[in-house]
Design a protein around this ligand. Structure first.
Ligand code: G6P
Length: 366
């Protein structure tokens, strides 16, 4: 009821704004990078693993996709990510030195649970769940667990569960990096400082809401939208597109910006807004030339630019500048304006934001 909404119009909006608290709670008590964070068996199990296989559905799958970039770049651990409903039914090649990571808000999603059991039946017993419900089947059945502290998520479209999953997956990356001798004491300290700063950093991203509302007005009458990202922000673009389609019913898809010329560029006209996630990383210059290709075809750009990128607003180019440059944790911050864009676009279109048609919060039957 209205009391639980605490002044917000929908649970989704409330949950978006709870993210600073959710992240603080999820990282509470993390004073150092130690395997024990993942359970009492972790100091024995984690040093034995040679690769990571992440299995999940929906938004949780996209947090796994972000983690792949982190795990390979920072921990130097080979990582595969697969949609649970695919993995459970295909013939794959099991490797007992794999850490199987199931990521789930509910811990009860039928396909994810079945994929986890399938992996276990194939002899992969080193299992970890990143999960928001401590009493769930996944937590009971996996050897290791990290419980996110997002709190109850009511909105069908996941928001705070996603960003807290990312925080947990970043911790996993650092633990494996340390085990692999790839994390100096100085790097560990710097990462801990950056993680402790997350709630404040999120707060200042949430303060961009009025600018995102202004963008959303352009999206309301549209039927299609394209999201672009590169590297670790490609999954962020995927998540932005998923949020928009789930709750506003605007057809949205995401592409890694380098693939534009292999198809989606044919769709670009002034009728299709193009959202670009543009952090100031090694790929920025390449992304900028991708954006010029869009502009040259009359596409209207909505760019989430970093504090220190020199991308300016101009005719057909709308820029929202992020308050800071966040380094490796950037996906956790960049997804927030995309959540708000979907939310405000859906509100203006008058859809049932918290309970979009045909979708369920937790899909516990196949
Ligand atoms: C449903 C929800 C999504 C969620 C997905 C996976 O599709 O609508 O928001 O991401 O299930 O759920 P899980 O509980 O496993 O994270």
């Amino acid at each position: 009821g209205a009391a639980e909404l605490g002044g917000y119009r929908h649970y989704m909006q409330k949950e978006i704004f709870e993210q600073p608290r959710a992240l603080a709670d999820t990282l509470e008590g993390v004073t150092g990078i130690t395997p024990e964070l993942f359970g009492p068996q972790a100091p024995v199990l984690l040093p034995q693993i040679e690769r990571v296989l992440i299995l999940a559905c929906g938004t949780s799958y996209y947090s796994g996709c972000v983690a792949k970039y982190w795990l390979e770049a920072i921990a130097r651990v080979p990582c595969e990510v697969e949609v649970a409903s695919e993995y459970r039914y295909r013939e794959s090649v099991p490797n007992p030195k794999t850490l199987v990571v199931v990521v789930s808000q509910s811990g009860e999603t039928a396909d994810t649970l079945a994929a986890q059991r399938h992996a276990q039946a194939l002899g992969m017993t080193h299992t970890l769940t990143i999960c928001n419900v401590a009493t769930s089947a996944m937590v009971r059945e996996c050897a290791l667990a990290y419980i996110t502290r997002a709190g109850v998520e009511v909105g069908v479209a996941s928001t705070k569960a996603f960003t807290t999953q990312l925080a947990a997956l970043f911790l996993l990356t650092l633990v494996l990096a340390k085990i692999n001798g790839r994390l100096s004491a100085e790097q560990e300290r710097a990462h801990l400082v950056a993680m402790r700063h997350l709630p404040l950093a999120l707060q200042s991203v949430l303060a961009l809401e009025p600018q995102v509302i202004a963008w959303s007005e352009d999206f309301v009458p549209k039927e299609h939208a394209l999201f672009l990202g590169r590297g670790v922000h490609y999954p962020v673009a995927l998540e932005g597109a998923l949020k928009l389609k789930e709750i506003s019913y605007i057809h949205a898809e995401a592409y890694p910006a380098g693939e534009l010329k292999h198809g989606p560029l044919a769709l670009v006209t002034s009728a299709m807004p193009v959202v670009a996630v543009a952090p100031n990383d090694a790929l920025l210059e390449k992304l900028k030339s991708n954006l010029q290709e869009v502009r040259a075809r009359g596409g209207v750009l909505y760019v989430l630019a970093d504090a220190d990128t020199r991308i300016e607003s101009s005719e057909g180019v709308h820029v929202i500048r992020m308050p800071e440059h966040y380094g490796a944790l950037s996906p956790i911050l960049h997804v927030v304006p995309l959540q708000l864009l979907a939310y405000h676009t859906a509100c203006a279109r008058g859809t049932d934001v918290d309970k979009p048609r045909n979708l369920a919060k937790s899909v516990t039957v196949e």
